[in-house]
Design a protein around this ligand. Structure first.
Ligand code: NAD
Length: 451
């Protein structure tokens, strides 16, 4: 986007909001509330719940889970908020089918294990729900991704992946810099999920993090289901935190698209070693054979000539880092060393500038406007924006800023990377979920300070 247009949009938006008194945050009293149901009240669902309960423009009309402990916590949160207790759907794995039949419901948010997302999204849109916010990953197989896209198209429904990292403050400042041309023409991008999840993949069935080496039925929260994906699958199992921001930088599905992909996987040692160290050599889980390589790297080639490198690294000791690198003809940003270099603009040639002054200077208008509201929201405040943009899209009866094609393209990296590794690191073709529309679609994400 040209700088002129960005500024024009921003000031228009600012002007339109200037006439609302500050107390009218999110809603005027007479506005109908957005009616939302929540499927999955686990740890992520609870974080969404807190944000939904904090908004005056949202009415929580139903919740669903199969785990009494998670439901108990959710109910306590609702009681504490002073909001009305909604109907609760539980009892079996298909109780959500009754939730989606709730009359007058505008939207559902899905925060369940990955394997449930596809049936829950499709079930929701078939029931007539027009807005579905799903936690990351659209499905398991490539066909799942097609099925979700086709269902969204058939029922004219908006399916948004709740990819919160797209709203991280530094990520958005860099988006602002990209759109203003600071890095020149983009050439190469990196990102990923580099997070020591050993204390998430294993626990004692009581505490969510650490304290044991159990998983599956004996685990709690993500250890109950996520770890099994590391047993049975080898690929980039969690690409969206890295690829979401990168896709916005280079307008994927909006003038650009992913063309091909290949993946490499290292050997798998980290999870086994952790079990031995924490649970002892005789713990039964030492016999589990983990298929997921400790470090999986994926290369993607794009229609406009950029290359992308994604890393998935969740089984080894390491500090958290999404490993972003955004490199163009004029310079680059890397998040690991918190550095930016722009030729002829940086203080010294061939040397990094500290990124912070650049990021402060180019703070995205969304953050500049809504910082106060992000206080207390998860993941450094970025979780606020993902709910905010979902709710504001519903209120405006407009498309969500990240749509089903984005969700499908980002999440399909998982089955494609599995396929590539299975085929001996073969390069595989990326499907075009937009059916050629990528050539004509325009960027819509975060063009101003509204949502
Ligand atoms: N974007 C982020 O930063 C972020 C962070 C954490 C998790 N997540 C994602 O959120 C999703 C949920 O993860 P989580 O950490 O909350 O896991 P969790 O295990 O804590 O919660 C999942 C919940 O889904 C419930 N559930 C399982 N099957 C169900 C069914 N058939 N019907 C109704 N409820 C069912 C479980 O009982 C559990 O309470 C995953 O997609 C995960 O990747 C995203």
């Amino acid at each position: 986007m040209r700088r002129k247009d960005f500024i024009k949009n921003t000031s228009l938006a600012a002007a339109s909001f200037a006439i609302l008194p500050p107390g009218s945050l999110f809603a005027r009293a007479a506005d109908p509330k957005v009616k939302i149901g929540l499927i999955g009240t686990g740890l992520r669902g609870q974080s969404h719940l807190e944000l939904l309960l904090g908004r005056e423009d949202v009415e929580l009309v139903a919740i669903c889970d199969v785990d009494d402990r998670m439901l108990k916590t959710a109910k306590e949160m609702i009681t504490k908020s002073g909001k009305k207790m909604p109907p609760i759907f539980t009892g079996d794995n298909y109780a959500w089918k009754k939730l989606v039949d709730t009359k007058g419901m505008d939207a559902v948010i899905i925060a369940t294990p990955w394997e449930w997302h596809k049936p829950m999204i499709i079930g929701s849109v078939e029931a007539g729900i027009k807005y579905v916010g799903t936690e990351v990953m659209l499905g398991i197989t490539l066909q799942d991704h097609w099925d979700v896209v086709k269902a969204a198209e058939k029922y004219n429904a908006h399916v948004m992946m709740m990819e919160n990292v797209c709203y991280r403050r530094d990520v958005m400042a860099v988006l602002n810099m990209v759109r203003q041309g600071l890095f020149g023409e983009l050439i190469h991008l990196q990102g990923g999920y580099q997070h020591d999840l050993r204390e998430v993949k294993f626990n004692d069935g009581i505490n969510p993090y650490g304290h044991g080496v159990e998983f599956g039925e004996k685990g709690f929260s993500e250890a109950k289901w996520r770890t099994n994906h590391s047993v049975h699958r080898n690929g980039d199992l969690y690409p969206t935190h890295g690829i979401g921001p990168v896709a916005h930088y280079i307008n994927i599905n909006r003038g650009n698209r992913f063309l091909t992909l290949n993946s490499f996987s290292s050997k798998a040692r980290g999870l086994h070693n952790y079990i031995v160290k924490q649970g002892g050599e005789n713990h039964p889980n030492t016999k589990v054979n983990f298929k997921l390589g400790d470090v999986v790297t994926t290369h993607i080639n794009c229609a406009n000539g950029e290359t992308i490198l994604l890393e998935h690294d969740t089984n080894l000791p390491r500090p958290y880092s999404l490993g972003f690198r955004v490199q163009g003809t004029e310079g680059l940003w890397m998040d690991v060393n918190k550095g930016i270099y722009i030729q002829e603009k940086s203080a010294r040639s061939h040397q990094w500038d500290e990124a912070k002054p650049w990021l402060d200077k180019y703070d995205h208008p969304l953050w500049a406007r809504w910082t106060k509201e992000t206080a207390g929201a998860g993941h450094g405040g970025m979780d606020f924006f993902v709910i905010h943009s979902f709710v504001e899209s519903i209120k405006r009866k407009t498309a969500t800023p990240m749509d089903v094609y984005d969700a499908a393209a980002w999440s399909a990296i998982t089955p494609l990377s599995e396929q590539s590794i299975e085929l001996g690191n073969e390069t595989v073709e990326f499907p075009d979920f937009t059916g050629g529309q990528w050539m004509y679609r325009k960027p819509v994400f975060a063009l101003n300070d509204e949502y």
